[in-house]
Design a protein around this ligand. Structure first.
Ligand code: FAD
Ligand code: PYC
Length: 414
């Protein structure tokens, strides 16, 4: 595939940009692949990419029932950080954050990674103690974060109101190299790189059954016919329970709607990301100038892709007390995604009771930041049967009571 570069852009300008190739091919499915990934969200595409790049497995299909990146990957608020508490989490989220630093160069696709910094506000004494503890844990894990004073919070984000009518800002957990990236571009960049390696990204291809023989996976049934494979990766976020059911096992995962909204665009007013987890709301400013706002997850299981209306009211109320200037803004759009929640708010990256069938799910409200690291580890798990990044996140932990509790670091009310 033609490389994207300043030179290529200049050259194409001479022919009115008519010479660009399609970014990825749209092939017909083959009868058989070495590996099939179900779900062309960020995690599925990244898995396929690292299967090829790190393990030389390129006879791969990524099957997507809708359009690539049309699930949570294209619906999230794009916050990237690695300030988690437990060691296995720090390892995978920091691997991911560090891969984001050079992802545009690696994929030859601009994913617009913007390490603008993330503050998680501490608004109760309990949160102060919790975030101080996280900062200490992060220091031991080699993750650079610090607990900062209210004055420093104000310096980093002048539009903030420190005195909030309900909860004052008592400090914050600051990660300077955290930030955001363009969500669609992450999916598109991985898809283009997979296609370039000869992999098949097949959209509008719904998996309706998982085929097994003697307890081992042999392929899938899809809306475009049966396709055989040696290895299968299920990477479908909020639909993981359905796919597991097709393969004959159960998952400790619940599906709920999580929503976000954006305001009309305004001039630059905020160049960090702020998460206010006590009052519950978080906000950043997109490159277009829209304020990107996220709310809490629905309190009941559903597949609406919209989210309950009362969350919008609660979130906007919380953010108006945190950033009074946004009270004058009009909101432009609202949407939701179906997130896959585990009890300990940590993901599942695991073998399953079906031989050669692997599951990557449970990223819940926080998996965008994890896409490169998860793809890296899950590809290794699928290729070798074990991965230092994934092994702690196996399904066995729910049988053995070996939970990886990240309910605070998840940062979203649920
Ligand atoms: P998805 O992107 O959902 O991909 C799964 C794909 O599987 C979908 O495209 C779906 O169509 C496909 N699929 C399902 N069933 C089938 C089938 N039977 N056959 C074929 N294909 C199938 N995370 C962060 O880190 N930072 C944030 O700021 C953040 N904000 C969020 C805000 C919102 C509103 C939401 C909803 C989520 C947010 N998240 C955030 C979470 C993050 O978006 C997800 O954890 C992550 O995108 C999951 O990626 P995925 O590839 O696993 O899933
Ligand atoms: O995980 O940082 C996060 C997040 C923010 C909003 C939703 N998830």
């Amino acid at each position: 595939m033609k490389r994207y570069s300043a030179f290529a852009v200049a050259k194409e300008a001479l022919s009115h940009h008519m010479g660009w190739e399609r970014a990825w091919a749209s092939p017909e499915p083959k009868e058989r692949y070495d590996a099939i990934i179900i779900g062309a969200g960020g995690h599925g595409l990244a898995t396929a990419y690292y299967l090829g790049k790190n393990h030389g497995i390129t006879n791969v299909a990524i099957l997507e029932k809708g359009w690539l990146g049309g699930g949570n990957t294209g619906r999230n608020t794009t916050i990237i950080r690695s300030n988690y508490l437990q060691d296995p989490s720090a390892a995978i989220y920091e691997k991911s954050r560090s891969l984001y630093e050079t992802l545009s160069q690696d994929l030859n696709y601009n994913v617009m990674f913007s390490p603008r910094g993330v503050i998680m506000l501490a608004q109760t004494q309990h949160e102060v103690r919790g975030y101080e503890r996280t900062a200490h844990a992060n220091a031991l894990q080699g993750v650079t974060t610090e607990f900062i004073s209210p004055a420093r919070v104000k310096e980093l984000c002048p539009i903030i109101n420190l005195d909030g009518p309900r909860y004052p800002v008592l400090g914050g957990l600051w990660q300077a190299r955290a930030g955001t990236a363009r969500h669609d571009a992450v999916a598109w960049g991985y898809a283009r790189a997979c296609s370039d390696m000869g992999m098949h990204v097949i959209q509008k291809c719904e998996v309706t059954g998982v085929r097994t023989e003697g307890g081992k996976v042999t392929g899938v049934t899809t809306s475009r016919g049966d396709i055989a494979c040696d290895r299968l990766g299920i990477v479908v976020a909020g639909h993981s329970g359905h796919l597991a059911d097709m393969a004959g096992f159960r998952l400790p995962v619940e599906s709920v709607a999580l929503q976000a909204l954006v305001s009309e665009p305004i001039k630059p007013c905020m160049d960090v990301v702020v998460m206010a987890n006590t009052v519950h709301g978080y906000m950043s400013q997109s490159d277009k100038g829209e304020m990107v706002i996220g709310g809490g997850a629905d309190g009941y299981n559903n597949y609406t892709q919209r989210g309950s209306f009362h969350h919008i009211e609660e979130t906007v109320r919380a953010l108006i007390e945190t950033f009074p200037m946004i009270s004058r803004l009009k909101m432009l759009r609202q949407w939701g995604g179906i997130v896959d929640m585990t009890g300990d708010r940590s993901p599942i990256l695991s073998k399953t009771p079906v031989e050669n069938c692997f599951i990557n799910c449970g990223w819940g409200t926080g998996g965008f930041k994890a896409i490169p690291g998860s793809g890296w580890g899950f590809a290794e798990l699928m290729a070798k049967g074990t991965s230092p990044l994934c092994d702690a996140f196996s399904l066995d932990r729910f049988k053995e009571g070996r939970f990886i509790d990240e309910s605070v670091a998840a940062g979203v009310a649920h």
